[in-house]
Structures are given as C-alpha cells and as structure tokens.
Write a protein that binds this ligand. Structure first.
Ligand SMILES: Nc1nc2c(ncn2[C@@H]2O[C@H](COP(=O)(O)OP(=O)(O)O)[C@@H](O)[C@H]2O)c(=O)[nH]1
Ligand SMILES: [Mg+2]
Length: 381
C-alpha cells in the first residue's frame, strides 16, 4: 500500500542529507577561521614558520592565489595533513554534540522541487502538495527548529508534521459518533459507480457488528439492474435485513423505509446505498438532495477508490459541494501505490477519510488513522 509514495519521500530525505552535509556549522567555522588567518598572514607580509596558525594561513593562501609561494609553502606542505584536519574534526564533533544542523534555503531548493514533482506524480492534489512544501520549508528553516541529532531526523520530523497537517484535517472518532448519536443512526453512501459503495456497506455492517451495533441495509440504488440482487447476496451472507424496492423506485422512499424498519426493530444503524452515476448528473444530485430532505441522514459518507488518484479527489470535492459529506471511505487502497488520494481528500474537502478498503473480504475495512499512515509512509521497511 502506497509504496510508490513511500519511496519518493525517502528520496527526499536522502537528497537533503547529501546537500546538508556541506553546510554543517563545523565547515563554516573552519572556512571562517582559515579566512581570518589568511588575512592576518597577509598583514604580516613574511610568514613566521614556527606557528601552526601560520602554517594553516599559508596553506589557505596557496590554495586561493598562490601568493604565499616559495619556501614557506614547501614547509607548510609537510605539516599539511595533520594541521588541516584536526580543528575541522573537532568542530564537527562539537556541532553534532549540540545538535545544530544548519540547512540553508538554497540547499533545500532542489530537493523541495524534486519533492513537489514526486508528490504531483503520486497524484497528490496541487494545493495539498504546496501546503506540504510550505510546512516542510518552514519546519526545516524556521527559528523553532527542534534539537535533533541528524539531518535525516530533521527531514523526517518536518515531513511527519507536514503530512499529518494535511491528512488529519477534520478527523473524528467514527465509533464514538455512532455511540453518541440517537438511534437509529442513518448513514447514506454516495459516490460514482463501481468504486465499492455496496461492498463498503457490507463491510461496515460487519465492522459495526464486531463492535456490538446492529444494522439494516437499505438499497437506494434503484437505478442499476441487478443492484437489489447484488446487495441481497451480501445481506444473506451476513444475515442482515435488507430493505429494497423495485428497480426504478424512489431511493429516498427506500431509505425512509429502512429507518422505519430500524425504529420498529430496535436496530442501531441504517446503511443506505445509492446509485452511482456521473457526479455531474443533475438527476442524481436531485435524488441525493431529496434523500437529504426526506430522510435527513445523520451522516453522508463519500466512497471512492484510492486507485483513482486525482479523479477521486476531484469527485470528493464535487460530491461534497452537491450533497455535503461528513467523511470519506477510500476503497482499493490494497491496489494503490501512489497514495495521492489518501493524502489529498481530507485537505481538499475539509472532511476526513474515515476508513480504507483494503481488499474484497468483509474484514478488509480499516479505520483510517492519520498518524499510523504517516508513520508507515516514513517507515524504513
Ligand atoms: N481490491 C479491492 N476491491 C474492492 C474493494 N472494495 C470494493 N472492491 C471491488 O470493487 C468492485 C465494485 O464494488 P461495488 O461495491 O459493487 O461498487 P459500487 O458500484 O460503488 O457499489 C467489486 O468487484 C468489489 O469487490 C477494496 O477495498 N479492495
Ligand atoms: Mg453498488
């Protein structure tokens, strides 16, 4: 799951690590020291060979313009290796001990550009990619930089915060919401055809049963031939009640019947399926609007497939605009390596992803945990 994105994020870490090494404070101090020593020796005109400082100075002068020349340079060469390395190693150790890693803005430019390209290639929505970059830049260059031991850690902590910031938008505890709501709780599922709405209803029915909640399914997909039979099969297998009308009937009426059934039989949750048609279809949107009016669902969940990437993100936005959603279920995450939809949907809609579909079995529904996802994206394995 999301392996492609994982690789790209670790590519960014490596990029920054390579660039940052050049800019550690130890190296800067050394350069400054060499420069000021060189200036002193220029004033002194003829270098005195006895002092280590002078050896370093003539060394630096020789490297830049060869002005030191002559005997002094020859002598300096002999002492070169030892004297040149010692302060640098010492200072570098000191820099690591204090945990200060200096990363200059220009060192981040190329890695950040590469990261942006990688995110966009992974189907992360543009505004989401930009937000991630802004956070990473701010965390890595800002004053509030944490004390960390390595550049890798600094990158990881910046990426962690940046990803969590966009992924965790609007998160709430689904089970708590169900527990707290007056029963029956009516949940309506929207989304285009073939993305896994009906399967997700069956899975969620099972997920709820595992937590002690009873549920009834109501087939508001009165549009598609065979829809009743398909959901009936799930209901039979799971031993759930299904409320359905004939094909062509009024979806709002079916779900309304589902609510009445739940009230009469003390059922906790009504799971209302709807027809998946083009999100641009006025007819469908009118249907959803009627369901909203007649049934007044407690929750509307938008379902789409993670593998649809950018398309799923766009549809989430459009469905949310047409019939406001409370959250999303991303299916087929088991087949998705890009991870773009999983990262983008919440930020773009302002509504959280609540579940991931991770296979075709009834148990293949995982509660979406932003922190867990971020950790797995940044994980080593
Ligand atoms: N691999 C995988 N397949 C899924 C998942 N969810 C649904 N599917 C499959 O996607 C297809 C369409 O699902 P369906 O529930 O009929 O979609 P609907 O038209 O939105 O109701 C079916 O073959 C499902 O088995 C998932 O999480 N992973
Ligand atoms: Mg269906």
């Amino acid at each position: 799951m999301f392996d492609g994105l994982k690789d790209k994020l670790s590519g960014f870490r490596k990029d920054v690590e390579e660039n940052a090494e050049v800019e550690e404070p130890a190296e800067q101090d050394e350069t400054e020291a060499a420069e000021s020593a060189a200036a002193e020796s220029a004033e002194a005109d003829q270098p005195t060979e006895s002092e280590a400082e002078t050896v370093e100075a003539s060394d630096a002068g020789g490297a830049s313009d060869g002005a030191a020349g002559g005997d002094a340079a020859d002598d300096a060469d002999g002492a070169d290796a030892a004297d040149d390395n010692e302060p640098s190693t010492f200072q570098r150790a000191k820099a690591f001990a204090t945990g200060r890693i200096i990363i200059e803005e220009e060192d981040l430019e190329q890695p950040l550009w590469d990261l942006e390209m990688a995110l966009l290639e992974s189907d992360v929505e543009m505004s989401v990619a930009e937000r991630i970059l802004d956070t990473v830049r701010e965390k890595m260059l800002g004053e509030s930089r944490k004390q960390v031991e390595t550049t890798g850690e600094l990158v990881e902590s910046a990426l962690h915060d940046a990803l969590l910031d966009v992924i965790a938008v609007g998160q709430f505890d689904f089970e708590e919401r169900i527990a707290a709501a007056d029963k029956p709780v009516t949940v309506v599922f929207t989304g285009v055809n073939g993305v896994g709405k009906t399967t997700s209803i069956a899975k969620l029915s099972e997920w709820l049963a595992d937590r002690g909640y009873s549920s009834v399914m109501a087939n508001g997909d009165t549009y598609r031939a065979g829809a009743n039979e398909q959901i009936q099969e799930h209901a039979d297998r799971l031993d759930r009640e299904l409320i359905s009308h004939d094909q062509g009937g009024d979806p709002a009426a079916v779900i309304y019947d589902g609510v009445e059934y739940a009230e009469a039989h003390d059922i906790d949750v009504v799971l209302g399926d709807t027809a998946g048609r083009l999100h641009t279809s006025d007819d469908l949107m009118a249907q959803l609007e009627k369901i909203d009016r007649v049934v007044d669902p407690d929750m509307t969940l938008f379902v789409d497939e993670a593998v649809a990437g950018q398309d799923a993100v766009n549809r989430a936005k459009e469905f949310n605009d047409a019939a406001e959603i409370d959250g999303a279920i991303l299916t087929k995450a088991d087949a998705d390596s890009s991870g773009g939809a999983a990262i983008s949907v919440a930020y773009v809609t302002g509504k959280p992803i609540l579940f991931l579909g991770t296979g075709q079995g009834y148990d293949d529904l995982t509660l979406f945990e932003p922190e867990e996802l971020v950790e797995s994206l940044l994980g080593e394995e």
